[in-house]
Design a binder for this molecule. Structure first.
Ligand code: NAP
Length: 164
């Protein structure tokens, strides 16, 4: 099964110039706790924005470039939906971690979403798709902790698919 994990602004912005726009240490900690030991699926740009390989997670990286190779046993480079079918069908929780192109591509196959909703608009160039309330049901909402760098509010929200 696939689950999305994302942090998005009120206006659905998720990044700018291949970077995140905020620094939320608590959210990064939560990202680590949720994804550790799981497969993480991402686009080539998000992979490059990580600046390295995250420990204890297999990275599945989408690209259309046949020459893109990463020589690491924890990285699988994929070029088509066919190659990730096993992750859609198995009973493990496999995390789709972005960015915008890959959220759009895989959202139809996702059954659960962990969304950090930041209560502020940002200016950026990468958007998360609109969450259709006919398809997604909010099943939990928890207030995030403000930190020393940010004075905006945010919630950790979990959505489950209620319709194909
Ligand atoms: N806030 C968050 O939670 C969050 C999470 C992740 C990322 N982000 C942000 O999102 C932004 C990056 O998003 P993005 O949309 O620009 O890039 P992306 O989705 O990370 O990667 C896009 C790349 O994926 C490959 N790709 C896309 N569709 C494909 C398909 N159908 N088949 C094969 N390969 C495919 C292509 O790679 P090639 O060009 O190599 O062919 C494409 O250029 C950054 O600003 C990042 O910081 C935010």
């Amino acid at each position: 099964m696939l689950s999305i994990i994302v942090a998005k602004a009120k206006n659905n912005i998720i990044g700018k110039n291949n970077k995140l726009l905020w620094h939320l240490p608590d959210d990064l900690k939560r990202f680590k706790e949720l994804t550790i030991g799981h497969n993480i699926i991402m686009g080539r740009k998000t992979f490059e924005s990580l600046g390295g390989i995250l420990p204890n997670r297999k990275h599945i990286v989408f690209t259309q470039n046949p020459d893109f190779k990463i020589n690491d046993e924890n990285v699988q480079v994929v070029h088509s939906m066919l190659e990730i079918q096993e992750y859609i069908e198995n009973n493990e929780e496999n995390f789709v971690i972005g960015g915008a192109m890959i959220y759009n591509l895989l959202m139809p196959y996702v059954t659960k979403m962990y969304v950090t909703e930041i209560e502020k608009d940002f200016q950026g160039d990468a958007f998360f798709p609109r969450i259709d309330t006919r398809v997604w049901k909010e099943v939990s909402r928890e207030k995030g902790m403000k930190d020393e760098n940010n004075d905006f509010d945010y919630d950790y929200v979990v959505y489950e698919r209620i319709k194909k």
